[in-house]
Ligand binder design. Structure first.
Ligand code: PGA
Length: 245
């Protein structure tokens, strides 16, 4: 049985007061113990979030990591810092990092390796752009993203390797993939995980304009094991609904 994950990616949002208010409102919401809840705050708010989330059955994640333990890397946050802050999971390869910051596949591969070496839960994002979907190459795009990161590079057990399928055209746009579109891509990813890597039991999350109103339909497919949520995770009331969908 794959445990459903509902993950929040706060991106570059939420100041101290909003973080405090979020956790106060989230309170002791009877979190369904069959669900794994992950929250990825921006770096400066990780420690505070970890403290506020203590005892609430919430895993704190980072939105990225620089793949070195420590050293002369101005502006970066490395592995020892994340461990020191209580981070247990890391999002790698988000389309905003690929697109806005030009992260190439070889750096992403290095990060995938680094996260595993540090025993952290890897949440690895893949997804095609709208032109790629319209020209029908979305399966090839996903293959390239997954093969370049995973081939001969998977060391942790399946429960610590999670893929987030996030079509770029659905992120922050209000346009969600239909349950059928998402299901098709998830089934494709599952085949790869099973056939190429023997990781059939890894979880595959859907991300891209997930909201309380559409989560149920998306989660109906057996290959969709949860959601990675941006905008709708910023309000506790909305995230609570998503967690308990
Ligand atoms: P969104 O973002 O829910 O705001 O579309 C999802 C993500 O980028 O992880």
């Amino acid at each position: 049985m794959r445990r459903t994950i509902i993950a929040a990616n706060w991106k570059m949002n939420m100041l101290s007061k909003e973080v405090v208010d979020f956790f106060a409102e989230f309170g002791n919401t009877a979190l369904n113990s069959e669900r794994e809840v992950i929250i990825a705050p921006a770096y400066p708010y990780i420690k505070m979030s970890a403290e506020l989330a203590a005892g609430k059955n919430i895993t704190i994640a980072a939105q990225d990591v620089y793949p070195k333990a420590e050293g002369a890397f101005t502006g970066m946050v490395g592995g020892k810092m994340l461990a020191d802050l209580g981070v247990k999971a890391v999002i790698i390869g988000h389309s905003e990092r690929r697109r806005i910051f030009g992260e190439p596949n070889d750096l992403i591969r290095e990060k995938v390796k680094f996260v595993q070496e540090n025993g952290l839960h890897l949440i690895f994002c893949v997804g095609e752009t709208l032109p790629e979907r319209e020209s029908g190459v979305m399966f090839d795009v996903l293959k390239e993203q997954i093969y370049s990161a995973f081939d001969d590079n998977l060391t942790l057990p399946p429960e610590k390797i999670t893929i987030a399928y996030e079509p770029v055209w659905a992120i922050g746009t209000g346009v969600t993939a239909t349950p059928e579109q998402a299901a098709e891509m998830h089934t494709f990813i599952r085949k790869i995980l099973k056939g190429r890597y023997d990781y059939a039991d890894s979880r595959i999350l859907y991300g891209g304009s997930v909201k309380p109103e559409n989560i149920q339909g998306l989660m109906a497919n057996e290959d969709i094991d949860g959601a990675l949520v941006g905008g709708a995770s910023l309000k506790a009331s909305s995230f609570m609904k998503l967690v308990n969908f």
